[in-house]
Design a protein around this ligand. Structure first.
Ligand code: SF4
Length: 301
């Protein structure tokens, strides 16, 4: 297999020191590598800064509101109550992540901010047509989970909501502020949920009964009831992915994989696909093995 380093001068191989891959994998970072190995490098190895986006920040705000609403007694979890939480959660977000203030720095009249907050209200309101929080009592909200597989690979993530039925059956719920994918892309959307299900299964020896994606942007709910075979397949997939990440970390060979998603990538200026040069690779490298895992062709399943 022909090998090349993504743009710029290839780093000199060194025999003495081997780069250690990052310690764990989350669904987002696994998704980054599957989308574009070079994007993964920029985010995880180089830790290049990224500008906050209106859409992602609105997602964070809406998630915070839906989480906090469950602090109220069940009967008071209404749409007006949820919407009334938005200004306070927006203040909190600006305090904890001051960089989001930049988003509206060029909006002195506050018109764009008002539209943005109005869209957050609509997303919050739509949730009430999809789920009834007066009838829900989550076992967990914003639950951080982490499990180590037998191979040593550590998986981690944050689950928006975990519901546990009186029978003990577990439902994992994730809110999305975007639109539901077309059916042919549903498998990709479920990858994150199966990842969480695998971690819960490994941690608690319980296979979640249901995985539920709630799309506030389009008003859709996507559910999937996983079987053990699904989770074993995801585990094999993640191990192959991890092997590819380890190989790329050690060799410094991170391939760009251009797709239409490049339009949302903050790193075009340093991406060879757009005429840029990546920063010098910050880790020691060794020569690539021949016949290693092919990068950038790993779909979610
Ligand atoms: S611009 Fe596209 S190809 Fe380049 S790093 Fe970003 S996602 Fe990868």
């Amino acid at each position: 297999m022909e090998t090349s380093t993504a743009g710029g001068v290839p780093p000199e191989p060194t025999a003495a020191v081997t780069a250690v891959p990052p310690a764990s994998l989350s669904p987002s970072r696994a998704g980054d590598f599957m989308q574009c190995p070079l994007l993964y490098r920029f985010r995880v190895i180089d830790k290049l800064p990224e500008k906050p986006s209106e859409a992602a920040t609105r997602g964070t705000l809406v998630h915070a509101v839906l989480e906090r609403l469950f602090d109220a007694p069940a009967a008071e979890r209404t749409a007006p109550r949820a919407k009334s939480l938005i200004p306070g959660q927006w203040d909190r977000l600006r305090e904890t992540r001051p960089e989001v203030v930049e988003l509206f720095a060029d909006d002195p009249e506050g018109e764009r901010l008002a539209r943005w907050l109005g869209e957050a209200e609509r997303l919050v309101e739509r949730w009430f047509s999809l789920e009834d929080p007066t009838r829900l009592e989550p076992a967990e909200r914003e639950l951080f989970i982490e499990a180590r597989l037998d191979s040593g690979l550590k998986l981690r993530g944050i689950i928006d909501r975990v519901d546990v039925a009186p029978t003990g059956e577990v439902r994992i719920v994730d809110y999305k502020t975007g639109k539901a994918p077309r059916p042919e892309y549903a498998e990709g959307a479920l990858f994150q949920m199966k990842f969480y299900a695998l971690v819960v299964w490994r941690l608690k020896q319980v296979v979640p009964r249901r995985l539920q994606l709630v799309y506030l942007g389009s008003g859709d709910v996507l559910t999937y009831d996983p079987a053990i075979a699904d989770l074993e397949r995801v585990e094999r997939k993640l191990l192959a992915l991890w092997e590819a990440i380890r190989e790329a970390t050690e060799t410094g060979d991170w391939r760009p994989r251009p797709t239409k998603l490049c339009g949302w990538c903050d790193h075009q200026a340093v991406c060879p696909e757009f005429g840029g040069t990546p920063p010098p690779y910050p880790l020691p490298v060794r020569a690539p093995e021949s016949g290693g895992t092919e990068q950038g062709r790993m779909g979610p399943d």
